[in-house]
Design a protein around this ligand. Structure first.
Ligand code: ADP
Ligand code: ZN
Length: 667
């Protein structure tokens, strides 16, 4: 995400008096995590500050409040990314802002670091409990004093958190909008020193965007009641209309907007012509066993079917859709978050709040409903910045159905128009001929000067070849058999098959019988589908899929040999074992490691899983894959050296350092 970014209009008006950066007990990041291992529940009351000398130097942050130092010592990162540094500086100085950054761009640090540098507690409004818990667990592992207040807590637990707040023992408080707006809550907050308000997933305030949450509308009250406290609204939705709605509704019009590039360079976009989605998916996944991923399908029944297919093929796949009970869904979600290598097959009901960083692929077996939806859904891959794949099969057949969904919806005429337009953008993306990423970013108002080199069109040469002769054979077969049979029978005829139907109809005596052995069944079907998509053939709904000639102006020149036709066909079955170039070896983040390094990585990974299990937290809050890969490759031999690895902050070094060195030592 280091690509260009810019600040949009909007005057710079700081949200109030510049706060002092005086040290205060409330700003110190003490290593409570070590004493209260995150257990998945909120912390109980935090007793008096630790009397023993703090185990990590995180505490020494208090008098410093220097963002770069907090970044290194607490989070273990050497440099800010993209606009982070500027946003952090702006908020530390008391400024409010709207931050637009893609998923995985690093929004959290934009408020977490200012909350640690400023006096008082940072209040983070977040719409999903699961998301809050992950964040809180991750922060505690890094030695930050964080807690979440939401409806899943017992009253006594909530009381404990309030006590900690009142004693200045928390740096970050996550809270659901419902909680924040409940009677008396804001009064109570107003008694405390507050570092900032962060409003995560701020697009929930927009009725225009997806995920509208009515209670978000009332967050405008924060601007009125806490005019001196910086407010930071964050979202991964870039659509200008949604952006304006957020600014207006959260009263941020007078404040800065930080816009990061929406490019996700680590995501490889691979699109395929839909042929047989099931076998295409299995072929794509064949090389990615053991990787965590999401497969999106259009309907509940398709989700169930694909999940069953994947399980039958030996994948650890779970289904997720709104038709399943709450328990089944939450168990699917939990397995996905806490275990490695789980594939969730889902409708679009699965999405917001999935901040698992190591999702290695997102596969679409059906077209999503817009390019925005595609971007959001694929954006859940590779949040950790390591290589990931967005794979999709698309076919002309998906489009009429999506159009019908729009037409049959309850929306007004104007809204339907908009929806059709959004679908058109997706179709244009799927039909792009140069570079997918260029089309995608152009849609979001960003220009990418050069082709990306990381999409199917950049990686795989155009393989369309002259198919005039084959197309003529197919058209002849349609004509000779009377323009009333569907593709399956026509292909049987072309291949010279011996089916009951052919015998019954006497079709083995047709002149076209058996003339098409140069292509296999799958290729013929693809060719016929493309003839339909291009208008050479029409599919007759009344005659149950029977095919007849399309317009004369197309068909005649082709049959007479006056026109030619180039098509891209799937590889023949016997060649298909070789995956297309874009799919080969893509996105195996450990690939950069030599064999031996990969073994070390696996050992570190099992160690991490053990750690995570014993604490009841997701593995990635202990260490990200990226960190384990760096450790496996650099093989540090001392704590000091280990401390320089990305993602190893002071608290984690204290807590896990010795164990990691031992694992490397073979112990
Ligand atoms: P977002 O909320 O924007 O989707 P996150 O805040 O979850 O993204 O950050 C995505 C990932 O990038 C996290 O794993 C985070 O730790 C990591 N990250 C964020 N900023 C940096 C940085 N400056 N250096 C290294 N890693 C970072
Ligand atoms: Zn490209």
């Amino acid at each position: 995400m280091d690509a260009g970014w810019n600040c949009c209009d909007g005057e710079v008006i700081s949200g109030g008096p510049i706060p002092s950066l005086d040290p205060s007990p409330g700003t110190a990041a003490t290593p409570l995590a070590a004493e209260h291992p995150a257990s998945g529940a909120a912390p109980g009351p935090q007793p008096a500050p630790p009397s023993v000398p703090p185990a990590t130097s995180a505490t020494s942050l208090a008098p410093l409040g220097d963002p770069a130092q907090v970044l290194q010592e607490v989070f273990g990162y050497g440099a800010f990314r993209g606009p982070q540094a500027e946003i952090v500086a702006h908020v530390v100085e008391g400024g409010s802002a709207l931050v637009l950054m893609p998923t995985g761009g690093g929004k959290s640090l934009c408020y977490q670091i200012p909350a640690l540098c400023r006096t008082g507690v940072g209040v983070v409004v977040s719409p999903l409990i699961a998301l809050m818990q992950d964040q809180v667990e991750g922060l505690r592992q890094a030695g930050v004093r964080a807690a979440a207040l939401n409806s899943s807590l017992e009253p006594s637990e909530a009381a404990g958190i309030w006590r900690a707040l009142e004693q200045g023992e928390l740096d970050l408080l996550y809270v659901s909008p419902e909680r924040l707006l409940s009677p008396g809550f804001l009064d109570r907050l107003s008694q405390l020193p507050l570092a900032l308000f962060a409003i995560d997933e701020a697009h929930c305030v927009s009725q225009w965007g997806h995920d509208f949450r009515p209670e978000y509308l009332q967050l405008a009250v924060l601007a009125e009641r806490f005019s001196a406290i910086p407010r930071l609204a964050l979202t991964a939705t870039a659509d200008p209309r949604t952006r304006e709605e957020i600014r207006e509704r959260l009263q941020l019009q007078q404040h800065r907007v930080f816009l990061a590039s929406f490019d996700r360079p680590n995501i490889r976009y691979l699109l395929r012509d839909k042929d047989d989605a099931r076998s295409q998916l299995l072929a794509f996944l064949a090389e990615r066993r053991g990787e965590a991923g999401i497969v999106y399908a259009r309907s509940r029944s398709r989700v169930d079917r694909f999940a069953a297919d994947l399980r039958a093929a030996g994948f650890d796949a779970v289904a997720y859709h709104a038709g399943l009970s709450a328990e089944v869904r939450s168990s699917a979600l939990n397995r996905f978050r806490r275990e490695s290598g789980v594939v969730v097959v889902a409708t679009i009901a699965f999405g917001m709040g999935i901040d698992k960083p190591d999702v290695r692929f997102v596969a679409h077996v059906d077209l999503p409903k817009s390019l925005e939806a595609y971007y959001q859904e694929t954006g859940r891959a590779g949040r950790d910045g390591l290589p990931a794949v967005a794979w999709m099969v698309h076919g002309a057949g998906d489009v009429p159905q999506l159009r019908r969904f729009i037409d049959d919806s309850e929306a007004g005429q104007a809204q339907k128009q908009v929806e059709h337009g959004k679908l058109d953008a997706l179709i244009a993306f799927s039909e792009a001929s140069d570079c997918r990423r260029q089309v995608l970013l152009r849609h979001f108002g960003e220009a990418l000067a050069e082709p990306c080199g990381n999409c199917d069109l950049c990686l795989e040469p155009d393989t369309s070849t002259d198919m005039t002769e084959a197309a003529r054979k197919a058209l002849s077969a349609v004509y000779r058999s009377g323009q009333r049979f569907g593709a399956a029978h026509l292909v049987d005829v072309l291949l010279g098959g011996d089916t009951a139907r052919i015998r019954e109809l006497g079709h083995s005596s047709l002149s076209v019988y058996g003339i098409g052995k140069e292509l296999d069944r799958n290729q013929w079907r693809s060719l016929i589908r493309q003839l339909v998509a291009k208008g050479y053939l029409l599919s007759d709904a009344e005659s149950r899929g029977g095919l007849r000639f399309g317009s004369d102006s197309l068909v005649k020149p082709l049959l007479k040999g006056e026109a030619s036709l180039a098509l891209r066909l799937p590889p023949a079955a016997k060649e298909r074992r070789q995956a297309p170039r874009g799919e080969r070896g893509a996105a195996a983040p450990t690939l950069e490691l030599a064999e031996e390094g990969r073994e070390r990585f696996e050992v570190l990974r099992s160690w991490r899983l053990e750690q995570a299990r014993s604490q009841g937290v997701p593995p990635y809050v202990v260490f990200h894959d990226r960190t384990l890969i760096e450790i496996a490759s650099r093989q540090p031999t001392t704590l000091a050296e280990l401390g320089t690895v990305t993602g190893v902050g002071q608290a984690k070094l204290e807590r896990y350092g010795e164990a990691v060195l031992q694992v490397l030592d073979g112990g």
